[in-house]
Design a protein around this ligand. Sequence first.
Ligand code: PLP
Length: 365
Amino acid sequence: MIKDVTRFVPPYILSRCAYSPGYQPANHKDLIKLNTNENPFPPSPTVSDAVQNEISNLHLYPEPYSQKLRDLIASKHSLSEEQVIIGNGSDDLLNLCVRAFADTNRMVGMLEPSYSLYPTLTSLQRSKVSKVEFLNDEFKLPVEEITKSGVNLFFLTNPHAPSGRYFDQESVFSIASEINAILVVDEAYADFSIENSIPLLDKANNLVITRTLSKSYSLAGSRVGFAISSPEIISILDSVREVYNLDRMSQAAAFAALSDVHYFEDCRRKILEEREKAYTFFTQLGWRTIESHANFILTEPINATGQVGKKSASSLFNYLEKNNIHVRYFHNHRLTESKIRISIGTERQMNALYQTINKWCNEES
Ligand SMILES: Cc1ncc(COP(=O)(O)O)c(C=O)c1O
């Protein structure tokens, strides 16, 4: 027997930090899960039949290009199918971008705070990360700092997570045209926003837009995302992709979900209505709350003695957890340590949340 197998592991693998996902309970039915920005509604009813029909084909490998999905997404967005690639969640596509455009000499840039998977992926390429801080605590976009960051690949999360802030297309375009790098606009939450970067594709050939079906299409459990860009960049990403990156059932589920426009619009409308109500609730409590363009909201709790800060945010986080309501608290950055992030749930879930928060406001000090 070999004593210490870790001596076979390259030091850069041993020293990196693995991604730490939000809490995923074994049984979500007994709690209110508002911690990882899933859609509170199940997928379109058409998904069930589509997946069922695919079961008898599971002895065969899936179609390696997810071609039907590429065609459908291309036609939805008036693009050519050569501009689309499908991923095992958008995480897969973010990973392909890092694989294709980063190495020891090619740095990766990101906003800090933003999606903490970016540095995790980057460390696998032995690439360095440049974290660009916001200009103020209202998450003002540091356009110039981004364009001058000297990286080879930059991840711009828009709408931004965890703030929900939306960066206008003029700013995105000025970054795309000024930066000497590939610009990935991570649009995981774009379906909840007023605008997106797709119109910029014609004007910026260094732009990659990533999207997910995890949020607006209720398919987080199926792991489907897509990226759109120039045919040239898509073929580079395809060349580093796992061959069968999307299984048969996920391809079928995604096709059905994307085709049911009516259901998609209905769920989106309900989420936007609840987001509006959440914003009103928190602002009426006097809590500093960012106007969100995503399916979550970031707010700064004030406790019973009128205090804001780390203590208040962690107190509310723990209080909600004790009451079986799971939200997210990012304690490790000064812009988020006094705030909590809440995914937008159903009306019933949100009302239960408000009741519990009202109790906390009166009880906790
Ligand atoms: C900004 C951002 N990008 C990408 C993702 C990953 O999405 P997917 O489920 O498609 O991998 C998330 C998930 O929460 C996210 O917040």
